[in-house]
Design a protein around this ligand. Structure first.
Ligand SMILES: [Ca+2]
Ligand SMILES: [Ca+2]
Length: 399
């Protein structure tokens, strides 16, 4: 009997008197929740975030909104264990100011156990997280090639650079890169635009290469890029082309087109992307008059193989890549009057870029829209005319 009474007193204490001091005054704390934006954002603290403080024991809920200092202040918080959660919706305009990318995003944050004891003035910091704003983009395409000292043509130094233009680390595993079928312009008097241009729902590609990996093997941090070289070697080497503008021996990847005649050498220091489909010659030669390139993720077996209208039956089919799996598209054509030769649907790329000549070392590079905490955010309006600039020399990993 006595034992039970003591136990009862203890239970009552747990639920009542522990919240009061020995004079019977309620003991409460002032709890400040500070909401923090992801570190890739232009501001550290989030104002206008909705904060919910939930008492784990009795389920009672308090809510508040963070002020201009990113703080939500809760007074009269009873001792106990709490879950803190936060939600903040950013409009496209707000996201543009914070991330450089105009795209609405929802941010959330949760701390499952926040303990409040006695009378405190305590601050909890809550990290907001959301899906990545922005994505992978094609940053630079060096397709023109160069001249050798004796005036010969050299195109093995081509490369494509892919940049993480988002706020978060992204994984390159299974990313595919492919070149669209079709002429870049009036290469000769009888050149015709691609017969696939009647379908604006897909891009029809000639060759496809894929980055290997099973999902999380090849992370790419925000503001970082990779080079996919036609050949991952120092092209300035005297045995290659001393007049080449690039050393690609540090490229992340190269296209190795394995052939029985060994016409394409496998640079041992540079890993090879996987050849999924190939209709070219000795190597992954991009059209020096202007290539159109897409990056996408899709299972190769799920893609339709389509015969080229009007081509001979022995001509290899092209691979139809639907717009909705394409992450980024780039189009270069022969010159400013080649617009009717577009190979990429307007929905993916409303324009095209061009350079002055073939084999003149010029490159095309995506413009920088803004810089946030040292991270360049590249311009991506889905229009290569506006987003790319012609530059005199290629700038792998550079600006
Ligand atoms: Ca190669
Ligand atoms: Ca290699």
């Amino acid at each position: 009997m006595k034992k039970s009474f003591v136990l009862l007193i203890m239970i009552v204490c747990v639920f009542t008197s522990c919240r009061k001091n020995r004079f019977g005054v309620l003991v409460t704390s002032i709890v400040t929740i500070q909401a923090k934006y992801p570190t890739t954002y232009s501001q550290p603290l989030s104002s206008g975030a909705n904060i919910t403080l939930t008492n784990i024991t009795d389920g009672s809920i308090k809510t508040a909104t963070t002020n201009s200092d990113g703080n939500a202040i809760f007074s009269d918080v009873l001792p106990g264990s709490y879950t803190i959660s936060a939600n903040k919706n950013l409009s496209a305009a707000e996201a543009l100011a914070l991330t450089g990318i105009s795209s609405a995003v929802t941010l959330n944050g949760v701390q499952n156990t926040a303990t409040v004891v006695g009378s405190q003035n305590i601050t909890f910091q809550l990290q907001l997280q959301g899906s990545a704003v922005g994505g992978l983009v094609i940053k630079e395409v060096y397709y023109t090639g160069s001249r050798t000292p004796s005036g010969g043509t050299y195109f093995s130094d081509q490369f494509v650079e892919i940049y993480n233009n988002s706020t978060d680390t992204t994984f390159l595993d299974s990313l595919c890169i492919a070149d669209a079928f079709g002429n870049a312009g009036l290469i000769n008097a009888t050149s015709l635009p691609t017969p696939f241009n009647t379908d604006n729902t897909s891009v029809y590609v000639s060759s496809i290469w894929q980055i290997p990996g099973t999902g999380r093997d090849y992370p790419l941090a925000p503001g970082k890029s990779i080079i996919i070289a036609q050949d991952g070697v120092n092209h300035k080497d005297p045995t290659l082309n001393p007049s080449s503008p690039v050393d690609l021996s540090n490229a992340e990847w190269e296209t190795f087109n394995q052939r029985s005649d060994n016409r394409d050498a496998d640079a041992p220091a540079v890993p090879n992307v996987t050849r999924l489909y190939f209709t070219g010659g000795f190597d992954w030669l991009l059209p020096v008059f202007g290539p159109s390139i897409i990056i996408y993720k899709a299972n190769f077996a799920s893609l339709q193989q389509v015969a080229i209208p009007g081509a001979t039956p022995t001509t290899a089919p092209r691979i139809k890549v639907p717009n909705n799996v394409i992450i980024d598209a780039f189009e270069a054509l022969k010159d400013g009057s080649s617009g009717n030769f577009k190979r990429i649907p307007i929905a993916l790329d409303a324009g095209f870029i061009f350079v002055d000549d073939t084999y003149n070392k010029q490159s095309v590079r995506r413009k920088t829209a803004t810089t946030i905490n040292g991270r360049r955010v590249l311009q991506d309006s889905n229009n290569s005319t506006a987003d790319f600039a012609k530059i005199a020399l290629p700038t792998p990993k550079g600006f």
